[in-house]
Design a binder for this molecule. Sequence first.
Ligand SMILES: NC(=O)c1ccc[n+]([C@@H]2O[C@H](COP(=O)([O-])OP(=O)(O)OC[C@H]3O[C@@H](n4cnc5c(N)ncnc54)[C@H](OP(=O)(O)O)[C@@H]3O)[C@@H](O)[C@H]2O)c1
Length: 328
Amino acid sequence: MIMHYSVNNIPVGVLGASGYAGRELCAIIARHPRFSLAFATANEQRGQRVRLGGRDVTFIASDDAPLADAAIVFAALPHGASLPWVERTRAAGPRVVDLSSDLRPGNTATPAVYGMPELGAATRAAIRTADVVANPGCYPTSILLALAPLAARGLVRAGATIVANAASGVSGAGNAPKRELLFAEVADDYRAYGVGNTHRHVNEMTATLAGFGADVDLVFTPHLLPVARGILATLTVPLAEPLADPVAFFREAYAGEAFLEVDDAQPTLRDVVRRNVVRLGATMLAGTRAPMLLVTSAMDNLVKGAAGQAVQNANLMCGLDETAGLLA
Ligand SMILES: NC(=O)c1ccc[n+]([C@@H]2O[C@H](COP(=O)([O-])OP(=O)(O)OC[C@H]3O[C@@H](n4cnc5c(N)ncnc54)[C@H](OP(=O)(O)O)[C@@H]3O)[C@@H](O)[C@H]2O)c1
């Protein structure tokens, strides 16, 4: 059911509000012109009071959440833990934006609507009417938005392998304590992880690329970058034919998109942190026999890669301006 609200106040709840993505959600909701926070849950951190977006928020236990009081519930829970809460929330009435991988393409036989609005008008229409939206993963957001216009126009060479190397800040791993993420382990170092094309996000990206009609392999290697937030992805894409002006191509493809930036200069994390944007650079590679394109993509994993994109989807679901409450 699509609800268009005539009153100013749309109550929204956050499950997993004490996590990094959940905290970012609470901060965005605090400055949102129409959303108000109905509840914020935690597991081990339940009972704690924190300041988020200039407001005091007290985390309650998930079992105490008044689910039916919300119009939209954001589920910012670990994968596996999320699906039962999505089902419980739907049974109580609210529509859901799920930030976990549980209902994303490639992770279940029955995926929810994939919440990547910039894929185009049909995706936006599906998000507007969806009861459950699967919010894309952080790496997939940075990588798929860099590939979508190329795939949609049949520019990627059939049967080719796209190589995607991406580095993420440490908040990408969540805020549950882990020894390997201690400051002394991460600082002044740089490493790949999830090597061998085994990272959880590979299935989501290959399933979505197949949905674009692209006949390609994707080789994805994530890296751990010793900063708090941000992703920089570097993609090597074999093309069917050279692009005369790759920057102009992406500018035209994303013309009118509030949250997609394309520039001649290489994007950096400083360009994008705390903003709900993906910023792209693109250049043809010299010295290869077949045409190869290099696309670079920078994004804040907690904003456009998680909470910001989730609010973008919730705005569409509520019939609001897609950009409401979001910093471009
Ligand atoms: N971090 C990112 O950059 C990012 C980006 C995109 C998507 N995501 C996805 O968003 C979700 C949240 O990620 P995160 O990084 O915010 O994780 P996180 O920091 O570890 O937070 C997880 C949240 O879920 C709660 N929780 C854990 N187990 C629970 C359970 N069994 N029942 C109820 N609540 C439980 C935690 O509560 P306590 O802390 O109080 O125990 C916390 O509020 C994940 O699915 C993740 O894959 C994360």
